[in-house]
Design a protein around this ligand. Structure first.
Ligand SMILES: [Zn+2]
Length: 310
């Protein structure tokens, strides 16, 4: 275990398993977590010099930084929608040693009082291993079953096709047991650009939008609800377009991004709406700030203000 980094999830308690809860209009939003993991700080900040990024997030002796694995559950009153399923339990021993992940999502859901069988919809922004790991559960006998047996799963067809190519650049990120069994059984609906253009709605108040760059078909998830005072509130789970609150500067893109120039353009397009409309922005990998509102500082740079006290 690295010494320079606190490891808040290493001794899980209900307090750090349930990452937060809030309301958005008529919807209840619950923030759960598959725990934390460690990734190389340089890879997380691309061409940004360490002298700049380490002021925001410290690295350990091996240059790794602590990241979260955030799952958002939305109870709309008619549906219980779960966004992202963490790393899961299918990692090889070697990968577990590299990432120090803890496989906590089932315990986190239990701490939040959410039963896997009550989930009606699961949405994956994309199919990297750290976003869809608990789509399915690996059992000791080697079998793989859906973790959310009553849910309909949604992912983009382009992600599945890209994962199946097993390209040298990113084949380690795509583990087919996270999605192939669900596609084979018909439990996963594959969206494509045309179907999203036609109708981006998953359930009333929850819809998807393409935000390419990190991958060619990554989707953000919009959550909109009008509460008792008739004002619509808007949250957006932005996926790896903006992985943490430290990445809100449009140019602070990741080494992992397949198309950094598109990422920068898409971040600007996102910020041009999220800031003036005061969206609640939900980050996939910020353990300490799963939700924030964004504004511009005196230099005109975007900054994140945490929306929950953890
Ligand atoms: Zn990713």
């Amino acid at each position: 275990m690295p010494s320079a980094i606190p490891h808040p999830a290493s001794r899980p308690t209900d307090a750090n398993l349930l990452r937060g809860r809030t309301t958005l209009g008529d919807f209840e939003l619950t923030f759960c977590s598959d725990g934390t993991y460690l990734l190389d700080g340089g890879a997380m900040f691309g061409v940004v010099p360490k002298t700049l990024w380490q002021k925001r997030t410290p690295a350990d002796a091996e240059n790794r930084i602590l990241l979260g694995l955030n799952t958002t559950i939305i109870r709309t009153g008619h549906a219980t929608v779960l966004i992202e399923t963490g790393v899961g339990n299918k990692q090889s021993e070697k990968m577990r040693q590299i990432h120090h992940n803890q496989e906590l999502l089932p315990a986190s859901l239990a701490a939040a009082g959410i039963r896997p069988e009550e989930i009606t919809h699961v949405i994956n922004t994309h199919l990297h291993f750290d976003h869809c790991g608990w789509n399915t559960t690996l059992h000791p006998d080697g079998s793989v079953t859906p973790t959310f047996r009553n849910a309909r799963y949604f992912a983009h067809r382009g992600e599945v096709e890209h994962g199946h190519l097993q390209l040298d650049r990113d084949k380690v990120s795509y583990l087919s047991p996270n999605y192939d069994p669900l596609i084979a059984s018909g439990q996963m609906t594959l969206l494509d650009d045309e179907s999203i253009r036609r109708d981006p709605t998953i359930v009333q108040g929850i819809s998807v939008e393409l935000f390419p760059g990190h991958t060619a078909h990554m989707m953000g998830i919009h959550i909109r609800s009008t509460g008792p005072h008739s004002t619509e509130r808007h949250a957006c789970y932005i996926g790896d377009l903006i992985p943490t609150a430290h990445h809100v500067d449009p140019t602070w893109v990741m080494g992992y991004d397949l198309d950094p120039l598109t990422c920068i353009a898409e971040r600007k397009r996102f910020l041009a709406r999220a800031i003036p409309e005061q969206w609640l922005v939900l980050f996939p990998h910020d353990h300490h700030t799963p939700a924030a509102t964004l504004s511009l500082n005196e230099k005109g740079k975007p900054i994140a203000s945490p929306a929950l006290t953890l």
